[in-house]
Design a protein around this ligand. Structure first.
Ligand code: PGA
Length: 250
């Protein structure tokens, strides 16, 4: 079955309201020409509402990069709940990005909790998984992917993947300019899809699995060619509208 391509931008801690407006203006122009590609942008929290107001005329969905692992409301200073994200116009939220795992100590259980809370609030979680270079060199890639995806499958059940996106992001390819090869990406994606298929074959064929890690306009077509690669999660190259659209049109 054909899966629509999804190209998602993760702006990380970049941008300003002025840049949001410029990005939206640039996208609004070509909003009719996306073909079969869905577009999603995940700006910092404080820029979400501004971009969400333009989502319709830009043909974009808007998401967050992170969410609190408690349902709230409550005494969780500095945190933002899934319900609040839905309230300001998010349809998606990234959970388990490797920077959250590595820099902010998020383990598989916390990520699984965030995934579940996002869905309860009606958001589509974009679950990031991926191995470090040391893990790949130790031949532990599949073991890491199995554990990261498996914790979420155990917590939320396979049916949850009806409304979820998976992103394979090898840590060694993020922000390094060194993307995985198309073969490496396809192999990891096929492995992840098979893990879902072991529990529900039909759903596994529907779930979109994105590749992330140094996707650029000039390597996107090759990376997205794999049968199990349904688009990309793009960091650096999503900040500029022309390069983001270049990837989307690849
Ligand atoms: P990058 O980041 O495209 O800048 O490598 C990808 C990501 O972290 O999602």
């Amino acid at each position: 079955m054909a899966r629509r391509r999804l190209v998602a931008g993760n702006w990380k801690m970049h941008g300003s309201l002025e840049q949001v407006d410029a990005f939206a203006d640039a996208l609004a122009g070509g909003a009719g020409e996306r073909g079969d590609t869905d577009l999603l942008i995940c700006p910092p929290f404080v820029q979400i509402e501004r971009l969400a107001r333009r989502a319709g005329d830009c043909g974009l969905a808007v998401g967050a990069q992170n969410v609190c692992d408690k349902a709230g409301p409550g005494a969780f200073t500095g945190e933002v709940s899934a319900t609040m994200l839905a309230d300001v116009g998010c349809s998606h939220v990234i959970v388990g990005h490797s920077e959250r795992r590595a820099l902010y100590g998020e383990d598989d259980e916390i990520v699984a909790e965030k995934f579940a809370l996002a869905q309860e609030a009606g958001l589509i979680p974009v679950l990031c998984v991926g191995e470090t270079l040391a893990q790949r060199e130790a031949d532990a890639t599949e073991e890491v992917l199995r554990r990261q995806l498996g914790t979420v499958l155990a917590e939320s059940g396979v049916a949850a993947f009806e409304r979820a996106v998976v992103a394979y992001e090898p840590v060694w390819a993020i922000g390094t300019g060194r993307s995985a090869t198309a073969e490496q990406a396809q192999a990891a994606h096929a492995f992840l899809r098979a893990q879902i298929a072991a529990e529900d074959d039909i759903l596994a064929n529907r779930v979109r699995i994105l590749y992330g890690g140094s996707v650029k306009p000039d390597n996107a077509a090759e990376l997205f060619a794999g049968a199990d690669v349904d688009g990309g999660l793009v960091g650096g190259a999503s900040l500029d509208a022309a390069s983001f659209l270049g990837i989307a049109g690849a």
